[in-house]
Design a binder for this molecule. Sequence first.
Ligand code: ADP
Ligand code: MG
Length: 698
Amino acid sequence: MNLNNPITYIKGISVQRATLMNTELGIKTCNDLLHFFPFRYIDKTQFYSIIDLQPNSSEVQIIGKVTNVKLITQKKGSRLVAKFQDANGVMELVWFKGQKWIKDSLKVNEPYVVYGKLNYYNGNFSIPHPEMELLTDYKNKLQSKMQPVYPSTERLINTGLSNKLIRGYIQNLLQQIIDSIQESLSNEIIDDFQLISKKEALLNIHFPKDQKKLAKAEFRLKFEELFYIQLQLARKKLINKTKIKGVVFKNVGAVFNQFYSDNLPFELTNAQKRVLKEIRKDVASGAHMNRLLQGDVGSGKTIVALLAMLLAIDNGFQATIMAPTEILANQHYIAVSELLKGMNIKVDILTGSVKTKKRREIHQNLEDGTLHILVGTHALLEDKVKFNNLGIAVIDEQHRFGVAQRSKLWIKNELPPHILVMTATPIPRTLAMSVYGDLDISVIDELPPGRKEVKTIHRYDSNRLSVFKFMRDEIDKGRQIYIVYPLIQESALMDYKDLMDGYESVSREFQTPKYQISIVHGQMKPKDKELEMQRFVRGETQIMVATTVIEVGVNVPNASVMIIESAERFGLSQLHQLRGRVGRGADQSYCILLTSFKLSAEAKTRLKTMVETSDGFKIAEVDLKLRGPGNIMGTQQSGVLNLKIADVVKDGSTLIKARNAAIGLLQDDPRLEKLENSGILKIFKAIYKSSGIWSNIS
Ligand code: ADP
Ligand code: MG
């Protein structure tokens, strides 16, 4: 028997059934079936006393005696009710079908083992249609006391492919192959992490001896699954570090130093200094840098990026920074130009709305090397954009860019430019390990000094008048205010109407000439958007009414109030991003979440989380729990969604162990050449046949 055989090799599986199992469950081979794991178990290792039953208990097993049986007939139909008692409690067993046969076969006053789903009604417990066995019979039988329940589909159930049948197939399969199951990890790892053997794990995941064995089997299989993913990531990272050459920024030269002493407007935070050090080490190493920089909104990533770009310029290279929107690109352009004032560095901006003539000029300056820093949007990725010698590409707010787009920047150089990806979306540590385990990660985990935490308040729509009053007071103090409306693609028209209605009511409340209002939304031309945005940035308008276009990166330090309309319609990370637009200046800032009264449980959790914390990582953890990894950026490509048994949200501690095991293994044996690791190498190669990670090394 070979595990690669189709499942029709297993006794009882016809071609028809095999087809069904393939389409419904994706099971083709014996190996697939072996790794088709139960999602729960019927636990018959435990016995309950009736007195200990809880209304929320599900399936229970009890030893007791039937003391009395009677048939109750009502209009709706009849039911057979048996009184069932143990040493200190009484309950009922109930049948709606087959009553005569059951009544005749029940033995009164003999101990039974009863098993079934518990009902609780009016203070009484009962089990409808219980499984029953005389205690004497039960004791004489050797049986698996924890029964696996496998995932199923409606179609499988309708065609009679029951859990019982599937259980039987797996039993047959296990009997045939159990002795040929090979260990898939090295002895050292098995010892270090106290794992049970592969064979024992597979047996016990399907037919556990008891809860303890089941826990060990689960741990072993989750560990293994995560280990091979982590091994792949660690391997990729190792190759990047040792094989992919990067341009070398040897010198910290005049430009960097001049900027540091004359132009740096504030002292860097410790976190910024640490990250800068990490980047400097990378870019001087001769290897290619591929670094993810995580830092909450307002943590000061821009200045770090700029300093990294200056390192490139000091070494005769060009630099680029790419932003997801035109507004943001403009802000970067303005910020960078401002910071570099008085220095002899040429900066330009390339976006979709740059005119052809100017565009040509930029192309020219890029190619002859006179342009040092180019800021831009996706427009940077066009074929005509050719750098003379790009040294570093900074990509801001990376969740707007696909991986493919990222790699496009690479092909223009002989040596790939260093890549610094910046994101303000904190990614929980365990998820980051699974998704970005092949990148280096830097974290700015400290806000610049003097920031006050944004006060966050949840208010219902009906409080709007007091919110208006609050706005007036803040504007009188010289502050500016954002009001953000949801934008959901599917109902863009309705969103537009909401926005316009909102704009009108705000305009009525805050009339010209005393008040000026900007409005920005997705249906406006980029040019008009920009104009409105700039009016707000310059302080000519006090209120900015907008959809989520302003979500990312926009920096107006004087804006101190963020009002989010229909806040229940936003996701957590979006709310957090929006809130990050305020609290950038020295003033106390506020975030007001306006909602209707009707809130789902999940919406309530989101609002509560926002009110309670402003720690981006905590918010990300809650978000991950609420939405699962499938909705978090980057996960689609990473394979964390295809996990068979492990769960990146719940199995964080196992993940860290598996990661340590993978890293430790590669430290000791980077090419997996040692004999004791040959088993791991073989499996690794089989799993990642197509990825070329192993061929890359030899
Ligand atoms: P983000 O990480 O969200 O991109 P920015 O780089 O836009 O944050 O920085 C937010 C604001 O904080 C900017 O106005 C910037 O000038 C300021 N800032 C950054 N670093 C410091 C620092 N070390 N000390 C004081 N202000 C800082
Ligand atoms: Mg930013």
